[in-house]
Design a protein around this ligand. Structure first.
Ligand code: ARG
Ligand code: GLU
Length: 710
């Protein structure tokens, strides 16, 4: 009996241990491949990543550096989240053409809308260049020396790497600088908007449902990649042609059920899975709370004004979503860290580490790391919070302060002179003046951008709400006298000879108010932050090395760093608390259950209600005759995985990743396989909306629909 219990324990441990991790696609052979197959996958490592033949990775594009997208047709049609395309959808919207509210569907190629600045990047190949990058680095070097050798080595590798003229290369650090990989990439820059559902579908549930399950959001939008006559990356040109991809994902109409294998393939942004307990404490007790408080204050103002004016709603939609998204995530993260007792568990793990150090006689090498972390974080807290509050006020929430900050950057703009270049005073003066002129022009453009989505009353309200978090002296009167609150007067202020502009600028009341704070930030706060943060970063590198040496049996994967990764698991529900269990699949019935007529979060379009009443589902219902909307999996994801495909055991698209569950948002620091789940839109819901709701059947016809389960 005891023996059996032991075996059972072992099996349970094995199963739950086979979870978590964001893996490098070129290194799946061996452990990952076996693990994936044990979870039900029929894919080989080469099906996923292959340099010589087309493979799944050729369908995965980094969407504008912050999200993921996947190719779903031979004509370069790509799928991503509604919230990933949100600012593009917003920028094409106006009171007359309210694509946010009503949705948008291009009924032919000519109607697809270009988007300046938007790009999609594919990974051509991945190469381990650790040996070259770390060559001549040794333990005697200071951190600075080390970094400069690494940078130099990296530059040589990049310079000499063989690539095609239209390709780029970059090197990224993994395992905190213990490993380096080079990526050959292709970046497409003519990306056009093809379709988006109305916000009442694409953002159904809005902030109330964000980060929460049960979920009923159709969080998707579609774009198309255009390429030049040779099918290569090109800037926008109306004569460009739809891109012919090396691979596109077939879409399964058979969907998923509990226990099915899924893998999520995309570009996770940032995780911190190897932090010491003291760092998690700092984040949850000091860092998150201050961020939450400032954003809450700003959101109170923005939300109220957005509800009372359509014009404000359109202008602030994207900004509000960005501010609210992280705000809510931090709250969930704190809750999750508390209820999962992550800090205590990390301390227990640290005790194991320390014990192993003693046993292996490695105390001299690594014994000082953990106490040193304690000391460094104590020293870091005040300055980190001060700096963060500045960023929240001057970069994230308040536009007027942000405009003064940009103006300050203009004022201090000087020409960049080459080191060792001998030059006369006159020459220096002329070049500096030229740089200043350029900076003034750049500032003008930036202000034009800000004012496109600016409302003085909203911004003044935000100012009153957030500034007290940074400075006791809150002078609202600057809003009545500054030139920056209107584009005309701001541009007027920037007219004239540079000297004159600087003089006018320094007479502006908002600038006079903000400048001392901005100077303090650049001259004292930020440098001090850098000084306190650098040794923490260096120690984290050492800790990573130590962990892998001292406890080699643990499951190590490199923290997310915006590079292409594979994560995998199964479709699973979860139990967030006693007596509560969430089924892994939600249905259209749930959309109707949540429907609140006219509500800004839970309204449901008439057409969708009609389709529901008539049960007009086409081929998109499951075998019980219901349309699945969202589902859960044990895939370990983070921000940046938005828009990532969920792929079935055979390599077909079944879902579109867009979120995580409330109780599991702490997975960036502490992944708990029991309650961490990612949320995906079921592809059948996507197709149902495109076909039945939007009547864009021509897009469905481009795709390849399959029935792997029949
Ligand atoms: N929480 C998801 C992510 O982090 C979705 C955000 C978009 N949805 C929203 N209601 N703002 O980005
Ligand atoms: N919605 C997130 C994003 O924009 C993905 C969800 C997450 O953070 O897990 O990337």
């Amino acid at each position: 009996m005891r023996f059996l219990k032991f075996i059972l324990c072992f099996i349970v441990f094995q199963v739950s241990a086979q979870q978590g991790g964001m893996w490098i696609p070129s290194l799946l052979e061996g452990m990952n491949e076996t693990e994936m197959q044990s979870l039900g996958s029929k894919l080989t490592a080469q099906d996923i990543y292959d340099v010589n033949n087309s493979s799944l990775k050729d369908a995965i594009g980094h969407f504008n550096g912050g999200c993921t997208s996947e190719v779903i047709s031979p004509k370069g049609l790509i799928l991503t989240n509604h919230h990933c395309g949100f600012s593009q959808i917003q920028s094409h919207s106006s009171l007359e053409n309210d694509y946010l509210k009503d949705g948008f569907w291009a009924m032919s190629l000519d109607e697809e809308l270009p988007n300046e600045g938007l790009y999609v990047e594919f990974i051509v190949s991945i190469h381990d260049v650790t040996k070259d990058v770390l060559s001549l680095v040794n333990t005697q070097m200071s951190e600075k020396e080390k970094q400069s050798v690494i940078d130099k080595n990296g530059n040589v590798v990049l310079r000499d790497w063989k690539r095609e003229a239209w390709q780029n290369v970059k090197i990224k650090s993994f395992f905190k600088g213990n490993q380096y990989f080079l990526f050959v990439t292709e970046r497409f820059e003519d990306i056009r908007l093809v379709g988006a559902p109305p916000t009442s579908i694409g953002k159904f549930g809005s902030d109330t449902d964000n980060w929460v399950f049960p979920r009923h959001t159709g969080d998707f939008s579609m774009f198309r990649i255009y390429a030049d006559a040779n099918n290569r990356p090109a800037k926008y040109n109306k004569d460009n042609k739809p891109y012919k991809p090396k691979h596109f994902l077939p879409i399964s109409l058979d969907g998923i059920e509990e226990g099915d294998f899924t893998m999520v393939f995309g570009f996770p942004g940032r995780t911190n899975e190897y932090l010491p307990a003291v760092a998690i404490e700092h984040i949850t007790k000091a860092y998150n709370p201050t961020n939450i408080a400032i954003r809450e204050a700003a959101l109170k103002v923005i939300d109220a004004k957005m509800k009372s004016s359509d014009e404000v709603r359109i202008k602030y939609a994207s900004k509000q979503a960005r501010i609210a998204n992280a705000w809510k995530k931090w709250i969930g993260e704190n809750l999750g860290i508390n209820t999962s007792k992550a800090v205590e568990k990390r301390r227990a793990f640290e005790a194991t580490f320390t014990k192993a150090l003693k046993e292996e006689g490695l105390e001299n090498n690594y014994g000082a790391i953990l106490p040193e972390f304690d000391r460094l974080y104590k020293d870091f807290e005040t300055i980190n919070i001060k700096r963060r509050n500045f960023i929240e006020v001057f970069f994230v929430t308040n536009e007027l302060m942000n405009m003064t900050l940009r103006a300050y950057q203009m004022e201090i703009a000087t020409a960049k002179f080459l080191k060792g270049h001998v030059m006369t005073e006159d020459y220096r003066k002329i070049e500096n003046e030229r740089a200043l002129k350029k900076a003034i022009e750049a500032l003008k453009n930036r202000l034009k951008g800000v004012h496109k989505n600016y409302d003085v009353a909203v911004d003044k309200g935000v100012f009153e709400a957030v500034m007290p978090f940074y400075n006791k002296n809150v002078d609202v009167s600057i809003y009545d006298t500054t030139a920056f609150t209107s584009l005309d007067s701001a541009l007027q202020l920037l007219e004239g000879e540079p000297n004159e502009v600087i003089k006018k600028l320094n007479n502006d009341p908002a600038y006079q108010y903000a400048k001392p704070m901005i100077e303090a930030f650049y001259n004292e706060i930020n440098p001090k932050y850098q000084e306190k943060n650098a040794p923490i970063t260096a120690l984290q590198t050492k800790y990573m090395t130590a962990l892998m040496n001292v406890l080699p049996e643990e499951r190590y994967f490199p923290d997310a760093n915006s590079t292409l990764r594979v994560t995998y698991g199964q479709v699973r529900g979860y139990s967030p608390r006693d007596a509560v269990y969430y089924n892994p699949v939600s249905y259209l019935d749930g959309v109707i259950e949540k429907y609140v007529p006219g509500d800004y979060e839970f309204d449901v379009p008439q057409k969708l209600r009609d389709l529901y009443d008539a049960k007009d589902y086409g081929p998109y219902a499951d075998k019980n005759g219901k349309v699945p909307v969202c589902f859960l999996g044990t895939n370990h994801t983070t921000g940046g995985n938005s828009g990532s495909p969920a792929i079935d055991a055979e390599g077909n698209l079944v879902g579109l990743n867009f979120d995580r569950v409330w109780e599991g948002t702490m997975s960036d620091m502490y992944y708990d396989p029991e309650i961490c789940r990612n949320i995906m839109v079921d592809l059948r819901y996507v197709l149902f909306i495109v076909d039945k709701y939007a009547g864009a059947k021509h897009l469905i016809d481009e795709m390849t629909l399959v029935h792997p389960k029949q």
